[in-house]
Design a protein around this ligand. Structure first.
Ligand SMILES: Cc1cc2nc3c(=O)[nH]c(=O)nc-3n(C[C@H](O)[C@H](O)[C@H](O)COP(=O)(O)O)c2cc1C
Length: 328
């Protein structure tokens, strides 16, 4: 087995999975700016069992994204076994991750995502099913506690299984996506788990990421929302950039991201790019009018025009001058 986790430089700065966001285009952008490893959006193991072709599209990637980890979710060990085989053979990523943290009702109700933490015997079967059906390193991404079922007990229950990495979203199921990060649980997990431990949750900027790393003693940090509009966070974390990126870099990156997104997804790429553009524009002072424009883009040409306008200063003083022709 090629356990890429062992060969990563430390600390490891990972792009954590974000459904609807960490697609191939965004992963390439983050990788290009220094992410050490990137995760796919969560993909359903059950969907792999029934309609593999369309599900494969969610996890396809480009070689430049390596090391790349595909994240699977579900509740049925047989489906995980099928999905692990298909992903290993047809996608050939560097690792497979299992989602133990998703709190969304439609996932949780089926016993998947964070609900797996409430059923340690099933959690064990799921992990075993994946390990037995791939030669790739297998990891899990968890919460600290789900309805009284805590991470440390789960780790004890699966201690003998060959898991290579663990990303801990340091919050409980009840906390969803906000509130304090349970540093102590991650610290304790670091002493008990034999593979790589990544701390996650609340690293909204470089300083908070480095603080999370230091306080938890983890091998690295998983960055999720902190990368939105600021994929430079990886360069900042790695010490390659002090302060904010230049306006020109932000705009060039936004345009390249849009080009990739549209090339890979067509019309859907355009729609999905609207939110990314708004996030990028948060880096540009006084870009309110540009955001109003960003949510209406219909083509790459629209993005290029937006970027050209944002490159000048005049959107701040005379917001309407850039788009006078369209009467904005
Ligand atoms: C919109 C959104 C989508 C997410 N999708 C996933 C996912 O597909 N798989 C997963 O394990 N976690 C997912 N998460 C959780 C994040 O990976 C991360 O654990 C959480 O946002 C906390 O990290 P942060 O504070 O750096 O954002 C998602 C979170 C958000 C806000």
């Amino acid at each position: 087995m090629n356990n890429f986790w062992e060969n990563l430089k430390k600390p490891v700065f990972a792009l954590a999975p974000l459904s609807g966001i960490t697609d191939s285009a965004f992963r390439r952008v983050c990788k290009g700016l220094g992410a050490d490893v990137v995760y796919s959006e969560l993909a359903s193991s059950t969907a792999f069992a029934y309609q593999a072709e369309s599900t494969l599209n969610i996890v396809r990637f480009h070689e430049s994204e390596r090391p790349y980890v595909v994240q699977l979710f579900g509740h049925n060990p047989d489906h995980f076994a099928i999905a692990a085989r298909i992903v290993t053979k047809q996608i050939k990523p560097d690792g497979i991750d299992i989602n133990f943290g998703c709190p969304m009702a439609k996932v949780f109700r089926k016993g998947a995502g964070a609900a797996l933490m409430t059923n340690p015997p099933l959690a064990r079967e799921v992990i075993q099913a994946v390990i037995e059906n791939t030669d790739l390193p297998v990891s899990i991404k968890t919460r600290t506690d789900v309805k009284g079922f805590d991470l440390l007990s789960l780790l004890e229950h699966v201690e003998d299984l060959d898991l290579k990495a663990l990303m801990i979203h340091g919050r409980t199921y009840a906390q969803r996506f906000s509130g304090p990060n349970d540093i102590e649980t991650t610290r304790e997990a670091r002493t008990r788990f034999k593979g790589i431990v990544l701390a996650n949750g609340g690293a909204a900027n470089c300083a908070l990421g480095l603080e999370l790393l230091e306080k938890t003693g983890a091998d690295g940090v998983g960055i999720a929302r902190g990368a939105l509009g600021n994929p430079w966070i990886f360069r900042q974390l790695n010490g390659g950039l002090n302060g904010r990126p230049e306006r020109g870099d932000v705009l060039r990156t936004a345009l390249e991201h849009a080009r990739l997104s549209i090339e890979l997804k067509g019309r859907r790429g355009i729609i999905e790019m609207r939110k990314h553009l708004c996030w990028y524009l948060q880096q540009i002072p006084g870009a309110k009018i540009l955001k109003q424009r960003a949510v209406k883009i219909e083509s790459l040409a629209d993005v290029a025009e937006l970027v050209a306008c944002a490159a000048g200063e005049n959107h701040v003083r005379e917001p309407s001058s850039c788009f006078a022709a369209e009467g904005l």
